[in-house]
Write a protein that binds this ligand. Structure first.
Ligand code: NAD
Length: 511
């Protein structure tokens, strides 16, 4: 592919064109293969390399050496290539969507929605990296008024991205697109449940820029993730469970490799008595059960004002009973999660939860039926732990203060949804979490300029937005002399006059 009309005599276009020509050799030397299967039928979808640690180390070295050229073409050059990739994804969206649907079991329409939002993020990162990563000029201070000061945002080098299966394009793209746009190379290890999608993403980028050598995909199981974590990458961007995140953070601690953690949650929805009950019920139900509840920012707990609790519970239950399983949402992607969902439902039943939709037999492999539990004790697993299924606990509360306190009592702090006509933003301000949607659900995911991430055991660091671009850079402070002045501070020949001047100056400034 040749991008741009003129290449001769234009260094940037020449460089870009050199990256977009050639044949991309896929340098895999698999120790064995992993098999990807449809969670709906159990049939084989494809076989992919179980990448060895040696191959990973070789790819990291290769990415490291080519990252200098990627850095050299600057944000303008990277924008051209990344937008060409976005164009490729947009024109092949049906192919990618079908593969996502096959590997995850989700409906095609959800797969297409996920891909569309991911492409929007890629395009935003490509278009905005130059703006948000340009030098930031700082005031040098009165004592150093003869100096100029600025901060640079430098790419880190090679980023290891480790992704989950639930949104196999949208989720890793939050790291991949922003890391590449910021000038880094990326080695991406997709989930062992969606290796085909990861492989497809790598192939598509390398079709657009076959000589760039800045985006490699390594497929395999957890041990492939371990090998990537232990390799010479300059940062790990992890999205997955909190349990795995802790293991990765421990390995990264040995080399002080920085790590971005996008982990799990038990996100609450707070429903105030002045809200539009109908809209709240529609929004909360979708936020809880879309993608079969396999959404990190999916709603798992509802705290509803007791004045409207009966109407809200009646409405959301009515809507939940209309869900056609297999059409509105699909099978559980990871069979072992069915055991977790079942244990949370049975634990809630044992502790006295009242089932208004579904029941103790809601898990019917490979599906889970919509399940809504009322008055589930706060100590039950369905409230304290991430269920990751189409289940919801609802608890009536006397005040919004109580709803806020219960929401914040969780060890997680990823996102929340607030429904109120008058108090939405005031409630949102008091929540201890990374993202809040007011009178909507999950809205921040489709807003590329907004940072995405959590607090507490939901993780740290941010993807998306200017913060997501800067996450894949380090800051460098540069202070340069503009002109000489008679007062020399940084010398062993500093005079008594200079000492007196500094002292008096500081005393005057701090009277
Ligand atoms: P997981 O933790 O089991 O696996 C995630 C990835 O880590 C996979 O690629 C896996 O192979 C790899 N891995 C496993 N063990 C590893 C190790 N010791 N070292 C290195 N890599 C290792 O998570 P999952 O089941 O794939 O995904 C579901 C989880 O992801 C849920 O908890 C969900 O909340 C979370 N999630 C979070 C976000 C977010 O942005 N916060 C987004 C999507 C999913």
């Amino acid at each position: 592919m040749v991008i741009g009309r003129r290449s001769a005599g234009n260094t940037l276009l020449g460089l870009i064109n050199s990256l977009t020509k050639g044949v991309y050799p896929y340098p895999m030397n698999p120790i064995s293969e992993i098999i990807s299967r449809s969670p709906t039928t159990g049939e084989e979808v494809g076989r992919y390399p179980n990448t060895s640690a040696q191959t990973i180390n070789e790819l990291v070295a290769r990415a490291q050496s080519s990252s200098y050229q990627w850095r050299a073409i600057g944000p303008r050059g990277r924008k051209v290539i990344l937008r060409a990739w976005a164009h490729y994804l947009a024109t092949h969206i049906d192919e990618l969507g079908a593969l996502i649907a096959e590997e995850t079991g989700k409906p095609l329409s959800d797969a297409l929605l996920e891909t569309s939002i991911a492409i929007d993020h890629l395009s935003w990162a490509a278009r905005n990296a130059g703006r948000y990563l340009s030098d930031s000029h700082r005031f040098s201070g009165l004592l150093l008024a003869n100096m100029s000061s600025h901060v640079e945002y430098q790419p880190l080098g090679v980023i290891g991205v480790i992704g989950p299966w639930n949104y196999p394009v949208f989720t890793p793209m939050g790291s991949i697109a922003y890391a590449l746009a910021a000038g880094n190379a990326v080695i991406f290890k997709p989930s062992e449940y969606t290796p085909g999608v990861g492989h497809w993403l790598g192939e598509s980028f390398n079709r657009v820029a076959p000589s760039a050598n800045v985006f490699f995909v390594v497929t395999g199981g957890p041990e492939t993730g371990v090998a990537l974590t232990k390799s010479a990458v300059d940062k790990i961007a992890f999205t997955g469970s909190t349990a795995t995140g802790k293991k990765i953070a421990a390995v990264c601690a040995e080399t002080l490799t920085p790590v971005l953690m996008e982990c799990g949650g038990t996100d609450p929805a707070i429903i105030d008595r002045d809200c539009n009950i109908n809209k709240a019920a529609h929004g909360v139900l979708w936020g809880a059960m879309a993608n079969a509840g396999q959404t990190c920012i999916g709603i798992e707990r509802v705290y509803v004002h007791e004045d409207i609790a009966p109407q809200f519970i009646a409405k959301i239950s009515e809507l939940a009973r209309e869900i056609v399983v297999g059409r509105e949402y699909g099978a559980a992607t990871m069979p072992s999660q069915l055991v977790v969902i079942d244990s949370h439902i049975k634990d809630a039943a044992r502790l006295g939860a009242e089932f208004v939709v579904g029941g103790v037999d809601s898990v019917q492999p490979p599906y889970v039926l919509p399940t809504i539990m009322v008055n589930t004790p706060e100590e039950s697993l369905a409230v304290t732990e991430e269920t990751f299924g189409p289940t919801l606990t609802i608890r009536p509360v006397a005040t919004m203060g109580e709803a806020i306190a219960l929401s914040n009592a969780s060890k997680y702090g990823l996102s929340a949804s607030v429904w109120s006509r008058r108090q939405g933003k005031a409630i949102a301000r008091q929540l201890h979490c990374g993202m809040v949607s007011v009178n909507s659900v999950l809205a921040f995911t489709a807003t590329p300029s907004m940072p995405f991430g959590g607090v507490k055991q939901s993780g740290y660091g941010r993807i998306h937005g200017p913060e997501g671009l800067r996450e894949f850079t380090y800051t460098r402070a540069v202070v340069a002399m503009r002109f000489s002045i008679p007062l020399e501070f940084a010398t062993f020949k500093r005079t008594a006059f200079t000492d007196r001047f500094i002292k008096r100056f500081v005393q005057l400034l701090n009277r």
